[in-house]
Design a protein around this ligand. Structure first.
Ligand code: MBD
Ligand code: FE
Length: 284
């Protein structure tokens, strides 16, 4: 029997994968939030909600719509997506307030720990004939004092030319367009990949339903994700965007900063585009 079924990317499938990923590995593994903090934060959050209900005379119809929507977010596994799209940018802003080095931005729901380790000049794992404009992304990792950080890790992940992330959409090789590039003894790296497409958050799930109900759009500008780390230094989690992108000014996830916009030029080897960007890390 031949299997002619083509598995579709669905909100529920990518949501379930993102939920499982988050449960398996968290950046703050083992951290506890004390009772006093929970009391303060939960009380203030609820107080803000009471104020909204009173000011806007929220009805039972609206209360029930909220209730069924919240139940649906859980059933779709879209809590990681919802939180990372609409809240994480402010958490990141607070967390990075006192950092001097390169700007960071949100991680989002699609990072996977443990991507294949690659040499300082490397092509990211990709399918035969991976669609998209070839992109050479190169640069150096340095400390705030300007010293090159030999052997720094540049962990990169991004969507394909259709806006899909490996491990969160069907029929993609496990580590497609993901890798941990180890910089050379001068902190330099050269990564050959393709330019990702703009990303539309799933429209068929609960987050999509909120977007449609509120009359918003579902787009993020095309972006590359990074986690950059070196011994004795603070890691940064960031994203880089492309000048001229249609959604650079209205990212649904509010994660664009002016320092994070790339302007690639035609590649010197005639294939696609290239751009140089250096990462600067604060001391730990
Ligand atoms: C993404 O690709 C992303 O980066 C974020 C922050 C949210 C949803 C999808
Ligand atoms: Fe992303």
């Amino acid at each position: 029997m031949t299997d002619t079924t083509i598995e579709q990317a669905t909100a529920a499938a990518s949501g379930a994968a993102a939920t499982e990923r988050f449960r398996g590995k968290q950046r703050t593994e083992g951290a506890e939030v004390d009772t006093k903090r929970v009391d303060t934060l939960a009380t203030e959050l609820l107080t803000a909600a009471y104020d909204i209900i009173r000011r806007h005379q929220v009805t039972y119809a609206e209360y029930d719509a909220l209730k069924s929507w919240l139940i649906q977010v859980g059933e779709d596994g879209e809590w990681p997506l919802f939180l990372d799209v609409w809240l994480e940018h402010v958490v990141e802003e607070v967390a990075s307030e006192n950092r001097q080095g390169s700007k960071g931005t949100i991680e989002g729901p699609y990072y996977v720990h443990g991507a294949p380790s690659l040499p300082a000049e490397a092509k990211l794992p990709a399918r035969e004939g991976e669609e998209g404009t070839p992109l050479l992304f190169q640069g150096q990792v340095r400390g705030v004092d300007g010293a090159p950080l030999a052997g720094a890790h540049v962990d990169i992940w991004h969507a394909d030319n259709d806006g899909y992330y490996s491990q969160f959409a069907p029929n993609l090789p496990e580590w497609n367009l993901r890798g941990t590039v180890v910089a050379d003894d001068q902190g330099n790296f050269k990564i050959h990949t393709i330019q990702p497409a703009p990303y539309q958050i799933p429209t068929d799930g609960s987050c999509g339903k909120l977007i449609a109900a509120a009359g918003w759009h579902a787009w993020r500008p095309a972006h590359l994700h990074f986690k950059v780390s070196a011994p004795g230094h603070q890691s940064i989690t960031t994203q880089l965007y492309f000048t001229g992108d249609e959604h650079i000014g209205d990212d649904i996830a509010s994660a664009v900063k002016p320092e994070l916009i790339l302007d690639p030029t035609p590649a010197t080897d005639g294939h696609g585009r290239e751009v140089t960007y250096d990462f600067v890390l604060d001391k730990a």
